[in-house]
Design a protein around this ligand. Sequence first.
Ligand code: FAD
Length: 309
Amino acid sequence: MDQSSPNVLQRWLTGPRIGALPALAELPAPQLSFEFFPPKTEALESQLWSCIRRLEPLAPRFVSVTYGAGGSTQARTHATVARLVQETSLTPAAHLTCVGATREEVNAVAQGYWDAGVRHIVALRGDAPGGGTGYQPHPGGYAYAADLVEGLKRIAPFEISVAAYPEGHPTALSAEQDLDNLKRKIDAGATRAITQYFFDTEIFLRFLDRAHAAGITVPIVPGIMPVTNFAQAARFSAMSGASVPAWMGKLYEGLDEDAETRRMVSAVVAAEQVRLLQANGVDEFHFYTLNRPDLVYAIAHILGARPKA
Ligand code: FAD
């Protein structure tokens, strides 16, 4: 990823503008990764696996599986990741959190992944059960993601990705403190940051500039969320701190009852967002699939991804 420029935003402002952006077909196909969540029911399980099978031929760099709170959802993450190793050509990354477990318990999960052939962990703090802002570290556990990264490195030479927040983590005291925290996670051994989704590309580019200025040199991979339900996305974004630009509201205006047009609009919005980022030297993207493959497949196709034999 060419993120070595000291001032990406300046390059964007003085360089290619929307009208002068290269056509999508002229840009090289970017590197992609896809995120899934573990299913809760058999019907959702079969939806997940048809999603995985549909996206597998696109040969993503890796696919990641989220980790919930509580034993049963965590077991589903393990089962999904183990099946990815055994039955597919994909490289899985297992999300792992600090929540509600001792260090020994978290270490045992990580060791189990290593023994099962999983080499990539997305190391996260996680949230308080039920969400909200009341996170309390487990008395015998890893308190924050940086501690988890350090612990994982002691277990095995995992590839480790961590979370980043272009608009700041909702509980961060300041943007600077949030960036210091990201730096701590990288210094502890993470080699990639994957971002919370965002819709305002300029915010990401400014964040990239600040991260470079803070000495963060690992790839910061934009998390791309194709929006199919605008009202729901706007509600969720208000909680997660992602701003929703006014132009987006206009694009989805009048489409509440028209899911098919919304999906077409979503494909265009996501592909344009990626194109703008590519024009600024970003060439790796993480897609939140929500276990629904068609829209992500179409966007990946527009971006130049083609099924491998
Ligand atoms: P951290 O990096 O630990 O930071 C959390 C907050 O604590 C920040 O505000 C930070 O500044 C502050 N902080 C850090 N260290 C200290 C310290 N020593 N003292 C005081 N404050 C400190 N959640 C899940 O439950 N499962 C998932 O699978 C999952 N996947 C995700 C994937 C991505 C790409 C992203 C962006 C998020 C994901 N999340 C997931 C959500 C994540 O768990 C929450 O956003 C959580 O609130 C923060 O996790 P973190 O790893 O960023 O935490």
